[in-house]
Write a protein that binds this ligand. Structure first.
Ligand SMILES: O=P(O)(O)OC[C@H]1O[C@H](OP(=O)(O)OP(=O)(O)O)[C@H](O)[C@@H]1O
Ligand SMILES: Nc1ncnc2[nH]cnc12
Length: 180
């Protein structure tokens, strides 16, 4: 299905002062409850990544999982879960970070990726980029190469996507909310 930016953006709801005062929270929940929107989003990513040399898709707990799992299924690629602290069994590597409304710690299982792996890193939204930088650290720390960081929404006013690009990380987002 052809991607329609106006349609997808119309599904994303802005909730002011949540989870903290001063935050304009971009809620993607309605995309998942709208089969047309879901298909549009998934198809856009399938089209973008089907003819690339990506070997793995990594995604971030929790909203990043939702599209990435469908994409991994469609592209028949292994899916790597980067989770919030304390959720993954076995030996893990962790990385703490700050995000727009707090701080947290992410973990990956040791051996989840290795040198020579070409990873597409997926999350739902880029704000300060803190979450993605932590995930990149976990992946590259085990030798993987980040081919692209991909999100549904970019919030360029928060500077994350620019910072990623300045660090030579290719970034793609389906839509952006700037000055609105
Ligand atoms: O660019 P940043 O400033 O780091 O913010 C972006 C992150 O914030 C949200 O995650 P959250 O930690 O709220 O987790 P959730 O997906 O479990 O809701 C979002 O899903 C991104 O992962
Ligand atoms: N403004 C925002 N809306 C939704 N998720 C977010 N994660 C970080 N900032 C966010």
């Amino acid at each position: 299905m052809l991607y329609d930016d106006f349609y997808v953006k119309s599904l994303i709801q802005t909730v002011e002062d949540w989870p903290k005062e001063g935050i304009s929270f971009r809620d993607i929940t309605p995309i998942f409850s709208d089969p047309k929107g879901m298909r549009m989003v998934v198809d856009a990513y399938v089209h973008r990544y089907i003819a690339t040399d990506i070997t793995h898709i990594a995604c971030i707990d929790a909203r990043g999982f939702l599209i990435a799992a469908v994409l991994a299924y469609e592209l028949q690629k292994p899916l790597i879960l980067i989770r919030k602290k304390g959720k993954l069994p076995g030996k893990t590597i962790s990385q703490s970070y700050d995000l727009e409304y707090g701080s947290a710690e992410l973990e990956i299982q040791q051996g989840a990726v290795k040198e020579g792996d070409h990873v597409l890193l997926f999350d739902d939204l880029i704000a300060t980029g803190g979450t993605l930088f932590a995930a990149i650290e976990l992946l590259t720390g085990q030798g993987a190469e980040i081919k692209e960081v991909s999100a549904i929404i970019d919030l360029p006013d928060l500077g994350g996507s620019q910072k990623l690009q300045e660090n030579n990380v290719p970034v793609f987002s389906l839509c952006a909310f700037a000055g609105e």
